[in-house]
Design a protein around this ligand. Sequence first.
Ligand code: UT7
Length: 310
Amino acid sequence: MNAGILGVGHYAPEKVLTNQDLEKMVDTSDEWIRTRTGIEERRIASDDMDTSDMAYEAAKNALEDADMQAEDLDMILVATVTPDTPFPSVATMLQHRLGANKVAAMDVSAACAGFMYGVITAQQFISNNAYKNILVVGVEKLSKITNWKDRNTCVLFGDGAGAAVIGPVSEDKGILSSELGSDGSGGEYLYQDDTLFMNGREVFKFAVRQMPESSVNVVKKIGLSEQDVDYLVPHQANIRIMEAARQRLGISEDKMSTQIKRYGNTSSASIPIALSEDVKAGKIKDNDLVVLVGFGGGLTWGAVALRWGK
Ligand code: UT7
């Protein structure tokens, strides 16, 4: 059974933090942030909105888009590094709040590649006929682990949630190939101690190599060429890293999602937010060959090539 995306949704907190706002908080400039990262603004969740609250909003939105009820779900996976609490998981909170049946629910921890880990895990359960419909959410409240005095990191991140319902689709549609990987030797480049720490240069070097490579790998695995890609949704961490992937595929600018401008880096949430925004804006059409690709702390990475539609 092929697994594909039956519905997508997202939630963005109301509060917008602009580059100009950050100029008043740390020694930075709108010009530096825009040219080095492509970010113009990001969303910040209010104190009374935790990770599970954002996950819930995005999940409802995705279920509606899939024309499904919570009772139709057979499993819930939540990718996050900023859960409300270490346990219980955000996934179980979501099971309860959505009113889903007593289905399997767990959080997935793979930092910014978490959504890709979730999607590919869901695909396995569907393709072996164990489960039918699986909700995969990518959600972060990074503002609660951001060091707001560190200009190296605080200008980059934002809060939000994205979700997808994964389920069976016809033979020529859905996920056609995938790739997951990790390299723990780079763990020291991006981690949370109390707040978030990042060696930007090292992560950058890893990402400009890995994201283009994984994008090409998933396309090659299905015997197609780079230019056959109709739409690329890369992890929205830095426009320069995203550009490296786009240029390696040799596709035009309009074929890549660039939601980074409005959301910054939302870690696990970045790919599903971008996907949901772009699907709803009509940028992805039935039969398009879509590549989703992410990388993150761990270090971790993951990608899929999928044929859009049911
Ligand atoms: O989600 C996955 C994880 N994250 C990533 O993918 C991030 C990967 N890395 C990056 O995106 C980039 O490395 C950054 C955007 C973090 C930094 O860009 P860069 O072009 O690699 O800059 P840099 O680290 O080489 O720093 C250049 C200069 C430094 O000053 P000196 O040492 O040259 O005097 C920094 O101190 O820019 C300075 N700088 C800033 N200046 C103004 C660093 N942050 C800021 C800032 N505003 N916010």
